[in-house]
Write a protein that binds this ligand. Structure first.
Ligand SMILES: C[S@@+](CC[C@H](N)C(=O)[O-])C[C@H]1O[C@@H](n2cnc3c(N)ncnc32)[C@H](O)[C@@H]1O
Length: 238
């Protein structure tokens, strides 16, 4: 695939700040599935070290709220400044996805890359904690690490090379996510599909020089990507 926006970031930046499969490429492909209007206020939920947030602000011109639980908002702000973004473009916030400190109907859209499976597996999450923060008609776009087909009862050995059963329990297939989300009132599922860039995004990730990427290499090299995918979810608040 062609990723002009993702590839506008230096490889060194992607490698230093990624926390999983290349989030810049996942985010660019995800945005192509949706229709977030120019000038939107966008919540980047589970924004990690800020790569996707900076892509959304710098390359799409959105006003971005980068909300994340584990990362340091000050570290993220210093990174945003190094690439020319200011506090008018992007706001890093330390926040738990289950207690987001925003007004109802504040956001025009939500984007979440490689994070929704941490908190969204609870089928009540979307309706209880997130949907009300989005304007009616606003889109929610998620790129969720998933499985081609749920296989938790008979996990392939290659997956267990790098991950525990507990870690793998965060991954599910399209049908599982559809059944999870369709329980929420007030939202239309506009689409769910496997993303095309999964292998490329994983290849970028496992060549990163950090302990997590090194840890994931064994499974990928043993064939894990025959069983794993990334699921794009496009929702609209009614
Ligand atoms: C695999 S990282 C992905 C980060 C980033 N989106 C990226 O692709 O580089 C998962 C992120 O989910 C965030 N996360 C997990 N549970 C969360 C929660 N309850 N509330 C907010 N963020 C959460 C973590 O802080 C972490 O940064």
């Amino acid at each position: 695939m062609n990723f002009p926006k993702a590839n506008s970031f230096p490889q060194s930046t992607m490698r230093e700040r990624s926390m999983g499969p290349n989030p810049l490429k996942l985010c660019e492909e995800l945005l192509a599935y949706g229709a977030i209007p120019a000038g939107s206020a966008v919540l980047d939920l589970g924004s990690g070290a800020g790569l996707t947030s900076s892509l959304l602000a710098r390359e799409y011109g959105f006003t971005v709220y980068a909300a994340d639980l584990w990362s340091d908002p000050s570290d993220n702000m210093r990174f945003f400044e190094t690439i020319g973004l200011t506090n008018r473009d992007i706001m890093p916030i330390k926040a738990d996805a289950t207690a987001l400190p925003f007004a109802t109907e504040f956001f025009d859209a939500v984007v979440s890359v490689d994070s929704y499976n941490y908190f969204g597996r609870d089928s009540e999450y979307l309706g209880t904690h997130l949907l009300s923060l989005v304007k009616h008609g606003g889109e929610l776009l998620f790129a969720i690490p998933g499985m081609v087909r749920d296989c938790h009862d008979d996990l392939p050995a290659c997956l267990l090379e790098s991950w525990t059963r507990e870690q793998l329990s965060y991954m599910h297939d399209v049908d599982w996510w559809h059944a999870n989300i369709e329980q929420t009132d007030g939202v239309d599922i506009l689409g769910m599909c496997e993303m095309a860039c999964t292998r490329e995004a994983w290849t970028d990730w496992i060549t990163c020089d950090n302990e997590y990427a090194r840890g994931d290499r064994a499974a990928v090299e043993a064939g894990a990507l025959d069983y794993l995918n990334t699921i794009a979810v496009r929702l609209r608040r009614r």
